[in-house]
Design a protein around this ligand. Sequence first.
Ligand SMILES: O=C(O)CCC(=O)C(=O)O
Length: 422
Amino acid sequence: MVPLAAVHLTATAPPMIKSAVHRSRKGHGKPHYRNHLTTIRSASSNSSSSASMEERTGGLCLDRREMSNLQSSWPEPIVRVQTLSESGINSIPERYIKPPSDRPGKQISLPVPGATNIPMIDLMGVEGKAEEEAAVGEACREWGFFQVVNHGVSPELMRAAREGWRQFFHLPMEAKQPYANSPCTYEGYGSRLGVEKGAVLDWSDYFFLHYLPPSLRDEAKWPALPPHFRELIGEYSKQVVELGGRVMKVMSRNLGLQEDRLQRAFGGHDIGACLRVNYYPKCPQPDLTFGVSPHSDPGGLTLLLPDENVPGLQVRRGDSWITVEPIPDAFIINIGDQMEFVSNGIYKSIEHRVIVNSNKERVSLAYFYNPKSDIPIKPVDELVTEERAALYPTMTFDEYRLYIRTKGPRGKSQVDSLKSTK
Ligand SMILES: O=C(O)CCC(=O)C(=O)O
């Protein structure tokens, strides 16, 4: 990656991107498992057939080595959802229509008296203060989701990143097509997830890129437009990954662990980090489809920058779905499946989904902070006791992704199927 100090910003860079990069540089007992691991490992030999929902949600981030045996082209011609939306259709094509039992339905329900939103945490007042940090722990245990403000990432950079991506999606199709992705790595500009022929699709386009490990980072695959956007993506990625590391410490302390314990369980400095930018065009029949279907994130943590003005993310709460009201300049953070595993089920990876609407497009940036993909991931020893045996088997993130790809997850079924029955 080009060091930021070496980046020369010219007068052609849009002012928002230029100033955002400049300013941020200035510094701111042996349990029984329902599915045995051997099943998962054997899955790897015949896993090339169909991709799963998790691939569709971007959390998979399979690297080039893993994906090299996979299908190299999509099973059907790619149709950009944006193109469909802009064509002026009044009804959506059949392949975006979910079965009646899987449609958005009732959109907001508040099962908890007084609860109108996921918890909000002010990180400025929290770090290092046990009592305040407990709020983070409670959110991770009870909700699996929370919003953070005063998180240390420059708000100007956040806004510039979101607007830069919006500009990218508004470029003419011929400027975006060179970034078109394939199911081998998913890197680049995409409009479908999964390679199952005839699958019902979600109403979104996306852009997917790797930031960590550095060996997977290929800036030539990042958008070159708008001007200087690559530098901005690099700086944004750096700050969001730093935030992820700080949140990991708070979460670790809150579990009664040494503050670097969760990070070590994830592989120390060798973690993975990848970005999926979601673009949800206006949809003439939003009650029949989803922007992203219900899923839990397979990785460690997700740091989501939502569209400030357009709600869409819904989080499962019991039998209902709560629509998250975005707080200006906040990140929405959620627990992924790997964090649920290492915390031995204390922190919860919660199902979520995205609804679309007929009046406004929506853009969101989901950063996936993942463990190193080839190390054993298991509940940390300190959280395994006689009273609470290890709830999950040991497996690498790579194996988990293969498992998901083979089984075809629905909602949280992959996590639940691995859970100890004792
Ligand atoms: O767009 C959103 O608000 C959430 C997106 C999401 O869940 C995902 O990308 O996995």
